[in-house]
Design a protein around this ligand. Structure first.
Ligand code: GLN
Length: 490
């Protein structure tokens, strides 16, 4: 990929400045089309026309992402470009509108280079449930890239784009960022509009940015943030400032402080090399003037089951709209007027959805059914409230700026290792899903390598205090060379 464009820590500068954007983008498309990693489902050949326009208007047009190739996860609507959620049921679906965030990126001059591979409907942690086949980890091709935004993370790591969008319902930005060695930021719920995102589990999910450096991921996040009249859960600047001002942490305290969630990572089978890298990073931060304190969150161990019940319940309801009459796949038989509705519906869905999606629809429907609703769904919601309280108390009482955990309990594992073992797959989300239950912001940053594979550290912040964790991540990044290593390798 080297030679298509230059990348650097701390900014996009010089990527296409003084260069022929059209040529850069054409070369890049040729590279992507070699399909070494299967990171893309659709490559937008129209990106070359977009690049030509950039060259034509150069000088007049300004934009923070002018001429930059940005990749977009395939569950985000892009006008005129197929959007499949990596599912057979949506194959051939071309949205008639752009998601709000796509509009925002385009206004800054970004070139949407293509749509990235993912777990089907974002359900998974390895990108192996995609109808289009798995994405490979760029560091070692027999390993998983993480998921569900595995295509976006692999594309960033391999230089197939400058930055990418992913979605994070239960870790899907941070997990692949960790496994591919890039930076991934999951913002506070409400910071970024979800209009145009094909929903998996609305109450926990959001769109986040991925890039090779903290600064670049921050720039993209800044561009896509903001209130959107089309998404009632998005928040205005004023409300955001009020929330930030209400945080009880001392405003001008002397030293930054992080909480280390040791109880969670000591008794959960986290790999030794992961623990070592994360502790080394904590001590490094300490040497850079950032204090740490070990903390416990009493209800954190119930986060995983609570997340899966909530996510599956919401999914079972969201996915009811895919019936073969409105979007994507429709079977020839569905045109048969003699076939009753139930048979048509189950034929289309039986054919269109993969195994993991069906499993979740069934379990979610069960958890919401009369008689079990109180025992599962309602209980999960109660646990969610307790976990939100745990996090808020920890931030307030100890005056923390961030809470730190490993992002994933292990290094990237072999393709095929867990795909037929759903429980073990779900368990790999132990550190990421609690954050989605609370809506708090969190990011992944590489904190080491073992056996040639990246290891990621997670930093969780207070609501709408993305800037706190970004600042700490930048301090760490500038003192280590892990992110540079990503840029050098590809
Ligand atoms: N592994 C999580 C799940 O399958 C990740 C989901 C996500 O963040 N999209 O639910």
């Amino acid at each position: 990929m080297r030679g298509c464009f230059e990348r650097g820590i701390g900014g996009f500068k010089d990527v296409v400045d003084n260069k022929d954007t059209e040529e850069t983008i054409s070369k890049l498309i040729d590279e992507i089309n070699k399909n070494r990693l299967n990171a893309f489902i659709t490559v937008r050949e129209e990106a070359i026309d977009d690049a030509r326009k950039v060259d034509k208007d150069k000088g007049d047009k300004k934009g923070r992402l002018l001429g930059m190739p940005i990749a977009v996860k395939d569950n985000i609507s892009t006008k005129g470009t197929e959007t499949t959620c990596a599912s057979k049921i949506l194959k051939g679906y071309v949205p008639p509108f752009d998601a709000t965030i796509i509009d925002k990126l385009k206004r800054e001059g970004a070139i949407i280079i293509g749509k990235t591979n993912m777990d089907e409907f974002a359900m998974g942690s390895t990108t192996e449930t995609s109808f289009f086949g798995p994405t490979l980890n760029p560091w070692k091709n027999d390993k998983v890239p993480g998921g569900s935004s595995g295509g976006s993370a692999a594309a960033v790591a391999a230089g197939e784009c400058i930055a990418a969008l992913g979605t994070d319902t239960g870790g899907s930005v941070r997990c692949p960022a960790s496994f591919c060695g890039v930076v991934g930021i999951k913002p506070t719920y409400g910071l970024v509009s979800r209009y145009g995102l094909i929903a998996y589990a609305n109450s926990v999910e959001g769109i986040g940015s991925m890039a090779a450096s903290v600064k670049d991921a921050e720039t993209v996040l800044d561009i896509i943030s903001g209130k959107d009249p089309n998404d009632s859960t998005s928040i205005s600047l004023e409300d955001r400032s009020n929330i930030i001002n209400n945080h009880k942490t001392e405003k001008h305290k002397r030293k930054r402080k992080i909480g280390v969630l040791t109880t969670l990572f000591n008794d959960n089978g986290t790999d030794k090399d992961v623990l070592k890298c994360v502790w080394d990073a904590i001590h490094r931060l300490e040497s850079l003037g950032i204090e740490y304190e070990e903390i416990d969150l009493p209800n954190i161990r119930y986060a995983l089951p609570s997340y899966y019940i909530i996510a599956m319940s919401e999914a079972s309801s969201n996915l009811a709209r895919f019936d073969g009459t409105r979007y994507g796949l429709s079977l020839d038989e569905s045109l048969d007027v003699n076939l009753d509705w139930d048979s048509t519906f189950s034929k289309v869905r039986g054919e269109g959805f993969g195994k993991e999606v069906k499993r979740r629809i069934l379990m979610g429907t069960f958890a919401l059914s009369a008689g079990y609703y109180g025992r599962y769904y309602l209980k999960a919601l109660k646990i969610r409230s307790l976990i939100i309280k745990d996090f808020n108390d920890a931030f307030d009482k100890s005056g923390l700026d961030a809470i730190v955990t490993p992002t994933m309990p292990y290094k990237p594992f072999n393709l095929g290792d867990k795909v037929d073992d759903p429980v073990s797959m779900y368990l790999s989300d132990i550190f990421t899903v609690p954050v989605n239950l609370t809506g708090l912001p969190s990011l992944n940053i590489t904190c080491g390598f073992s056996e040639g594979l990246p290891i990621g550290m997670q930093m969780i912040g207070k609501a709408f205090c993305e800037s706190d964790i970004i600042e700490i991540a930048k301090i760490y990044e500038s003192d280590t060379n892990y992110q540079k290593k990503v840029l050098e390798l590809f």
